[in-house]
Design a protein around this ligand. Sequence first.
Ligand SMILES: Cc1cc2nc3c(=O)[nH]c(=O)nc-3n(C[C@H](O)[C@H](O)[C@H](O)COP(=O)(O)OP(=O)(O)OC[C@H]3O[C@@H](n4cnc5c(N)ncnc54)[C@H](O)[C@@H]3O)c2cc1C
Length: 379
Amino acid sequence: MATVRDFVRKELVPHEDLVERLDEVPKELAAQIRGRAIAAGLYAPNFPAELGGGGLDGPSLTLVERELGWTSYALQWLIARPSNILRACAGDQVQAYLLPVIRGERVDCLAMTEPNAGSDVRSMTTRATRDGGDWVLNGAKHFISYADVADFVIVFAVTDTEQTAAEPTTGGKRSAISAFLVDHGTPGFTVSRGPSSVSHRGYHHCELSFAGCRVPGSALLGEQGRGFDLLSEWLGASRLTVAATSVGRARRVLDLAADWAARRQQFGQPVGRFQGTGFKLADMATELEAAELLTLRAAWKLSHGAMTDSDAAMAKLFASEMLGRLTDQAVQIFGGTGLMSEFPVERFWRDARVERIWDGTSEIQRHIISRAMLRERGA
Ligand SMILES: Cc1cc2nc3c(=O)[nH]c(=O)nc-3n(C[C@H](O)[C@H](O)[C@H](O)COP(=O)(O)OP(=O)(O)OC[C@H]3O[C@@H](n4cnc5c(N)ncnc54)[C@H](O)[C@@H]3O)c2cc1C
């Protein structure tokens, strides 16, 4: 843990202001950081050691994610945690995609969201059609993070229709979704930068278009029609990442706020001595500890094959909402200074907002948690 902590503070934090100003990580700097992260053995900590990854268990990975959360997303993401979905790679895909992402030679991104299919992922309309031995993709994705940097995209598309036991709105039918590996530069596949967002400058989201994009049969990742299962499996681990990095960010902001409350004098005393401010600090610290324990508990269950969708949803929901409340209170403790871009608090406050939206909104996490409770009761 000390290695990753040192790396973040020495190699990443000093570049935060530059990335914020430019809204990107300069290419040479990105290559340098990635190279140092690989040399330090920090790359792909979420993949098994036999494949060349860090081989960390759930709780250790959570602590690493927490340390990475200390700094800007655009910088910490240079220590990649490739998508777990790539574990489904088989045959030639292992040499072409899986091992290169773990070694840091290639970078992946993941595309499920579409302009008309956000929370309701299954309503996507991007379609992949069989043509001889190939697949032909048509459709569009948006809000796809890192697609401007990635060498390939894991893209989800409808390939079939399947019968379900109970789907009242669709008369028992629903789309069967498959996953594909599509290289940057494949004819018919284009990537463009999306509108800028208030959160995470330098870590861009993109719009993808597939217009008659032909890929070989070997581009299918996992089994045909089972892409949604892969996605659901990935989302659990990904939600723990959101929870753990939210905890890391909250730790940094709480440190800043507590230091400020101890130093800033008004009415002849540190502002932290006013009960209104001191109680805020106490609530922030308590909620932070609770979020970290909830996240570690889910991660421990993940390592023991016992994590449920609700465990991941509760960790993501609580940690991301805690971060929203904590950064807002931190701005309050800083007063006007908290809104000035010279201080990182303003950035953390903005960055926090997206955590309640991506990888499933807070409402979707609540839906997952309550659905499980009702199902247990036959409702
Ligand atoms: C910066 C950024 C980066 C992203 N990166 C990626 C990426 O790399 N890859 C990718 O595939 N996607 C990515 N996303 C997409 C992200 O996962 C979606 O934005 C998210 O799932 C919500 O979808 P939506 O924005 O379309 O909102 P909508 O689904 O339209 O939701 C709108 C509102 O309705 C509510 N709502 C919807 N359904 C329900 C329900 N059943 N019950 C209660 N409330 C509901 C939502 O909670 C929300 O408040 C990214 C998004 C952002 C903002």
